[in-house]
Design a protein around this ligand. Structure first.
Ligand code: FE2
Length: 223
């Protein structure tokens, strides 16, 4: 049985306007959020799989990717915003928080979970290594926004697995709206500073599309 809602296949074209960029990213985020089924419709094993694949991606990669963004950006504004984000991640040990969340839901990633996301995860890692400033910040802004909106769904899946641990989901939920908004500011600064117009006109969403495919893998086992 296919429990996935179909994502809309037609998205607005990229433009240089920040508002339309936010609109584009918001629409892509809506489609992704809608691709995760209601927890009550899933089996215990399907819920475990989603939590495990999410953990396999987030635990060891978020800080690495944000560090890549820090190394790539050209403006002080973006650099300061990203450093503040990194500082919080490291100081408060967010990977440890993620691990506690997965353990409490009996959903620590296994080899098969890592394998399920491997190809698209590799694509995102290679993209990060290209250090394209605005496209990289666009991807991280999209990621933060997705994470924030996904938290109630993730928390519900974990609760249905018997977990009472919700520090990770609470810290990254709506109270994290500041990080998401600030990354959009960082993106705006990097768009203004772009010296190659192709960075904005041609491949601004390259990382967003790669990340979207990877997040699709997280939901995929529920199909
Ligand atoms: Fe975090």
């Amino acid at each position: 049985m296919n429990l996935m809602k179909s994502p809309s296949s037609v998205l607005p074209s990229p433009t240089e306007s920040t508002d339309s960029i936010k609109k584009y990213l918001g629409q892509a985020g809506n489609d992704l959020i809608n691709s995760f089924p209601d927890g009550a419709q899933l089996s215990s094993s399907q819920r475990r799989g989603i939590i495990a694949r999410y953990t396999a991606v987030l635990e060891g990669n978020f800080i690495y990717w944000m560090t890549g963004a820090y190394m790539a950006v050209r403006t002080d504004e973006a650099r300061n915003i990203i450093m503040e984000n990194l500082h919080e991640e490291v100081r408060d040990c967010h990977p440890g928080m993620m691990r506690r969340f997965a353990r409490a839901a009996h959903a620590c990633p296994e080899a098969s979970d890592a394998e399920a996301v491997n190809a698209n995860l590799t694509n995102v890692r290679l993209f990060i290594g290209q250090m394209k400033p605005a496209p990289l910040v666009a991807m991280m802004a999209f990621f933060e926004n997705f994470i924030m909106r996904f938290m109630p769904i993730l928390e519900d899946y974990a609760a249905r697995q018997g977990s009472k641990e919700n520090e990770y989901t609470q810290v990254h939920g709506v109270c994290d709206v500041k990080h998401s908004e600030e990354l959009y500011q960082a993106l705006e600064a990097e768009i203004v500073a772009a010296d190659d117009p192709r960075e904005v006109e041609e491949y601004l969403y390259e990382g967003v599309h790669l990340l979207r495919a990877l997040i699709g893998d997280m939901a995929a086992g529920a199909r």
